[in-house]
Design a protein around this ligand. Structure first.
Ligand SMILES: [Zn+2]
Length: 275
């Protein structure tokens, strides 16, 4: 099994999973979606009662229910260092909460304003400042204010979607496309009918130039008059793509997924050996 990167940015990746099997491709997809640990806000404490700022009294009230604000804060992508953090129940602190398993933030705003994710101030290292700063949380009117303390902990999407690092994880089978040059009458139908622009060429020759774009719709096969084109799905190579919520890079998430799969395969192997 091997991986060839087609395109990679900080938050997005597409790659070919080579020499693999449909079961492994699906295992990787499921691992990406549900098993990658990340930090997310899990506890939110709202200050109740008046808030004094510069001698003026503000009311601790917003147009939204506290639960909605807490949910919105939970969905804000929190920068996650997988080397540094561990789940709270596995931490050396015994689950009490320490800098290795929790990140604390404060949110202190007075109206009128729109409270944004960037208003979350980490209590500790500035490295944990939220990168996606413009996610709206709540609109405050004049005289309204919020004073909130939150705790982010590590979890996985098996518990709640706020701990889901990878989104839109999916794959397709690669395509084996061949053109029988002896039968091809250069009708160019493959060029005009393929919705993905897989073919290129002229009146003398058609070529497969972008096979990874093929979605196996078989339009080329259907419209090719002398039936010179053959398309089959390649069940050893898979074209994957996913993006992250920004809490980690796409590269980190992919490496973590591969190492989780590797660890599980080894553990399963040991269990079989011990039977
Ligand atoms: Zn701890």
């Amino acid at each position: 099994m091997d991986i060839e990167i087609i395109e990679m940015t900080e938050k997005k990746i597409s790659f070919v999973l080579k020499d693999s099997t449909p079961a492994m491709a699906n295992a990787l997809r499921r691992t990406l979606l549900t098993d990658i640990p990340k930090m997310a806000i899990d506890k939110v404490e709202f200050h109740l009662g008046p808030i004094m700022v510069d001698g003026r009294e503000y009311e601790s009230i917003t147009p939204l229910f506290d639960e909605i604000i807490a949910h919105r804060l939970g969905m804000v992508p929190i920068p996650t260092d997988l080397q540094l953090f561990s789940p709270q129940n596995e931490c050396s602190c015994g689950g009490e909460g320490c800098p290795s398993c929790t990140i604390m933030y404060s949110l202190n705003k007075i109206g009128p304003c729109t409270v944004l994710s960037g208003d979350l101030i980490p209590l500790g290292s500035p490295d944990y400042k939220v990168k996606d700063e413009f996610i709206p949380i709540v609109e405050l009117a004049d005289g309204q204010a919020v004073l909130i303390y939150t705790i982010a902990t590590m979890g996985t999407a098996k518990t709640h979607v706020k701990w889901q690092a990878a989104n839109g994880a999916g794959y397709k089978y690669a395509a084996n496309i061949s053109i029988d040059k002896d039968r091809c009458k250069h009708c160019m139908k493959c060029l005009s009918e393929c919705p993905k622009g897989v073919f290129s060429g002229d009146a003398k020759m058609s070529k497969v130039t972008r096979p990874r774009e093929c979605t196996l719709c078989l339009s080329c096969e259907r419209f090719c008059e002398p039936k010179a084109i053959s398309v089959t799905q390649d069940d050893k190579n898979f074209i994957f793509k996913f993006e992250t919520d920004g809490s980690m890079s796409a590269e980190t998430v992919l490496k973590k997924a591969m190492s989780l799969l590797n660890d599980r395969a080894k553990a399963f192997g040991k269990m079989v050996e011990n039977l």
